[in-house]
Design a protein around this ligand. Structure first.
Ligand code: FES
Length: 81
């Protein structure tokens, strides 16, 4: 599973590095780091609702770090396990 967190200017300014850190932490805690390709990417064209992420082909906007746990469980963990 591919998880890309935008680190373009808008997303960066709205906390995407915290979002990326939280995804890393969630993957670590769940013990599935080897099953996800977690990486930074540039603009996903969702700047107005940043931070934006892409899970496989799905773009999700407004993913602040406090929303990561819920999205991770629903979109990643339930599908990987
Ligand atoms: S900078 Fe992240 S979507 Fe544009």
């Amino acid at each position: 599973m591919d998880i890309a967190v935008c680190v373009g200017t808008c997303c960066y300014l709205n906390g995407s590095y915290d979002t990326l850190k939280e995804f890393t932490s969630q993957a670590d805690k769940a013990g599935i780091k080897d099953k996800v390709n977690l990486h930074a990417t540039f603009c996903l064209e969702g700047c107005s609702q940043s931070p934006s992420i892409r899970i496989n082909e799905e773009i999700i906007e407004g993913v602040t770090s406090d929303k990561v746990a819920g999205i991770f469980k629903k979109k990643v963990l339930d599908k990987v396990k």
